[in-house]
Ligand binder design. Structure first.
Ligand code: GCU
Length: 421
């Protein structure tokens, strides 16, 4: 009996220890400006020639050390228009659904695009390509939009049962997509579910696009090969491949939008692929627009621990060693230059380090100035809430929480009008 008691106590002690150490892995986030470490950012070249010569080396550093390079290997795609309906969304829009099937010698993966255009318009028109979190059907309740049958994160409020969307999932994220505004201002909207490319949970990379590119005997990406963010960015570029062929779309006016983890994705995709004519990264935070070296809010260690599958394995070397990173996120934004980029923060979204997002944008401005020394109005100091600064690098701080609101969309459209019209 006594032995059993000792055994039970020891068992709970071990369990409690495991609990403590799992907690201990995640340091508490710093929200105190006075405790931001002193840091020196990797320098940006001072001439355009130097910058352009360094660009591909910089992309390689982001590939090797942060996001992971796309695995080598050939693939082809098959495009099918799977549905076309006119007069959807209460008569305001025309709808087209397109499946891009990715095919390699190891398997196939479908990416389903929803394209909404203003009723009756033939184009070619500018388009906003935005990744969505809960399936194409989540951005509007209209039943003309196909319901995704892919794996989806549990969310009872969103009608997701057994990791699948149901009819109750329609329109659950409509509040984040100002579709009427977008269409009425003359833009098309294209979207796809990021989970089509790689379901967002850590399964050791056995699902999604990664296994399609494994070499013989390979079971996981190599330390410098793609994590999920890089995979989502790659999928986004495959959607871009399609959009450039769609006669309704102006191939030179394709803007990429992403929020949060998908803002990180948008920046990485935009940095790599010059065909994206503009990039909007909303509340993108750590691994997005925010400077890693500030260690404010979410840090490299925290993100690598909570989301071990997002970045490449090499990125984990920089847990608590941000100063050793060969790059920082201002360089990621600079890689989009001279194409317009919009970095946006929310005042209460401290987890994403609004100030770090602004400072990265400001630093990237140096590279934009190399292309055009007079065109970049970005301020020295972080502007107050609801005071957008629009230019090649644009920035605003919205008051409130981590989210995408109508205020943001109005500004995004102003930004795109400025550059596309
Ligand atoms: C978490 C994560 C962030 C990410 C966010 C999101 O909060 O820590 O890095 O941006 O999820 O994607 O909503």
């Amino acid at each position: 009996m006594k032995n059993a008691n000792i055994f039970i106590s020891a068992f709970f002690l071990v369990l409690f220890g495991a609990f403590l150490s799992s907690r201990a892995q995640l340091p508490t986030a710093n929200y105190d400006e006075n405790r931001v470490p002193e840091y020196i950012l990797p320098a940006l070249p001072t001439t355009l020639k130097e910058w352009e010569n360094s660009r591909s080396g910089l992309i390689a550093q982001f590939e090797n050390e942060v996001y992971g390079r796309v695995a080598e290997g050939s693939f082809r795609t098959e495009v099918t228009i799977t549905r076309q309906r006119n007069g959807v969304l209460a008569g305001k829009a025309d709808l087209k659904e397109i499946r891009v099937q990715i095919i390699t010698s190891r398997g196939e993966l479908p990416i389903d695009i929803l394209l909404l255009t203003p009723l009756g318009s033939t184009g070619p028109m500018p388009v906003i390509l935005g990744l969505n979190f809960y399936g194409n059907h989540s951005i509007h309740r209209d039943t003309a939009i196909s319901l995704s049958d892919r794996w989806m994160r549990r969310n009872e409020d969103y009608g997701i049962e057994n990791n699948k969307a149901t009819e109750a999932s329609r329109g659950v994220r409509a509040y984040r997509w100002a579709i009427d505004k977008i269409l009425s201002r003359g833009y098309a909207l294209a979207t796809f579910y990021y989970g089509d490319v790689d379901p967002d949970f850590h399964d050791g990379f056995s699902n999604g696009v990664h296994p399609l590119f494994y070499q013989e005997g390979q079971i996981a990406p190599r330390p410098d090969e793609w994590g999920s963010v890089s995979a989502w960015a790659w999928g986004t570029r495959r959607v871009l491949d399609y959009l450039q062929t769609d006669p309704q779309i102006h191939e030179g006016k394709i803007a990429l939008f992403g929020h949060s983890r998908l803002g990180k994705t948008a920046l990485w995709a935009g940095a790599q692929d010059k065909r994206f004519a503009a990039v909007i990264a909303n509340n993108s935070g750590c691994g997005g627009a925010a400077l890693s070296r500030r260690k404010f809010g979410e840090t490299v260690q925290i993100i690598n621990t909570s989301f071990p599958h997002w970045f490449c394995t090499n990125f984990k070397k920089y847990n608590e060693r941000e100063s050793q990173l060969p790059v920082d996120q201002h360089q990621l934004i600079a890689l989009i230059a001279p194409r317009p980029v919009y970095i946006t923060s929310a005042s209460e979204d401290l987890w994403a380090d609004p100030k770090g997002e602004f400072l990265a944008a400001r630093e990237a401005g140096r590279v934009y100035s190399l292309y055009n020394s007079t065109s970049n109005p970005l301020l020295e100091k972080i502007p107050p809430s609801h005071t957008p600064v629009l230019g090649p690098i644009s920035y605003h701080m919205r008051s409130g929480k981590h989210d995408v609101t109508d205020y943001d969309w109005d500004r995004f459209l102003d930004f795109l009008d400025l550059h596309f019209k």
